[in-house]
Design a protein around this ligand. Structure first.
Ligand code: ADP
Length: 355
């Protein structure tokens, strides 16, 4: 912008100086001896006409600069290292038994470990709620499962097989992920639910998934139903609608392992209720790790694990942990004192803003 903003005035300044010089010469005919007035006027006109093409030349420079900037980011992408994928094991469908054996993880070689000595199992079909203060490592823990990051120590087993032995494509086929940040493509609602491996899925299946995710309610109100375009990154959809789409994706994918990152805020009570029932539908019969913020999810979980500074400090059911009067009881008091007093247990935690 700086280059293109400066170039035109600079060129005009130079042209103006040149014209000024010509006019000065015109006022001193003795210097121009040998040139006829006709020649001089022709020269003056030609010089005046030069200004525009010269300015256009500078615009080319702006285009080139843009091209260079764009190609830099393209080459960056081309040069990026492919994900490490040495595994060869692949299986049609896993049961969903998960085991963490002394798993530690840090984001860099010299960085402080974010997860320390995690040691636990999750049986197939079980729902485990992860709770803990922000920054305690919940998101990091669940990102290890689809191998977004590689654990630095210990071993994670899925159905008794180390995660690293699965081929990346096969591993991710078994995992469905619903996070708070839902990425949407500038395409139809249907294509946003059924993409990648599910692309071209039967419309009936998409509708069933959308219904189970309570997404059909808003989709059927859209002008073109499933064929409505969502706009760049889904600008036309609200937070709750986006999340219901993500849940529909997960239902459609029908993966045995489910990772959920519950939304904390930006949802009104109505969406909150819809999402709650949608989540219950999708969790059924799957191994579920859920970063839980809602009391109802936490109470319904088979087990709650409380993370603090990368360690599991408490683990058990809601009542057991409350009775312990430890970390969980304190967290519970902090987050849910309002929700419990009110008539609606599903109300967002204190401090959450309605959308
Ligand atoms: P939680 O989900 O419980 O809020 P996170 O797993 O997001 O916690 O973060 C745990 C710790 O790891 C935090 O101290 C955070 O700063 C750090 N962390 C998270 N993501 C990254 C990253 N990509 N690079 C470096 N550090 C990170």
């Amino acid at each position: 912008v700086l280059t293109s903003a400066i170039s035109t005035p600079v060129i005009q300044f130079i042209v103006a100086c040149a014209m000024g010089l010509l006019v000065w010469l015109a006022l001193h005919p003795d210097i121009l001896a040998g040139i006829t007035p006709g020649q001089f006027i022709a020269f003056l006109t030609a010089a005046g006409m030069l200004a525009k093409p010269t300015r256009q030349l500078t615009e080319v420079n702006a285009t080139i600069q843009k091209g260079i900037a764009a190609s830099l980011s393209i080459f960056d992408l081309l040069d990026s290292q492919p994900e490490e994928d040495k595994g060869t094991y692949s299986v049609d469908r896993v049961r969903g038994d998960l085991e963490f054996r002394n798993v530690s993880f840090s984001y860099g070689e010299d960085a402080e470990p974010v997860l320390r000595d995690l040691d636990f199992t999750v049986k197939a079909g079980e729902t485990v709620a992860l709770v803990g203060k922000s920054g305690s490592g919940k998101t990091t823990l669940v990102s290890l499962l689809p191998r977004f990051y590689k654990h630095t120590q210990g071993e994670i087993l899925l159905d008794g097989q180390p995660l690293t032995s699965y081929s990346l494509e096969n591993l991710r086929k078994h995992i469905a992920l619903v996070t708070q940040h839902v990425t949407l493509f500038n395409d139809t609602l249907a294509a946003n639910m059924a993409y990648g491996e599910m692309a071209g899925a039967d419309e009936q299946r998409i509708i069933e998934a959308a219904e189970a995710a309570h997404a059909m309610e808003f989709i059927s109100k859209m002008p073109k139903g499933l064929q409505t375009l969502v706009g760049e990154n889904g600008v036309l959809l609200s937070g709750g609608q986006r999340q219901r789409l993500a849940i529909a994706r997960a239902i459609l994918k029908d993966a045995p392992v489910l990772i959920l990152d519950e939304a904390t805020s930006a949802l009104d009570t109505e969406s909150e209720r819809h999402i709650q029932s949608a989540l219950e539908a999708v969790m059924e019969g799957r191994t579920t790790l859920v970063i839980a913020h809602r009391l109802s999810t936490i109470e319904a979980a088979d087990r709650i694990m409380v993370l603090d500074q990368g360690r599991i400090v408490e683990s058990g059911r809601h009542d057991e942990l409350l009775a312990l009067e430890g970390h969980y009881a304190a967290l519970h008091r902090m987050q849910f004192s309002d929700a419990e007093d009110g008539p609606d247990d599903n109300a967002p935690p204190a401090g959450a803003e309605p959308a």
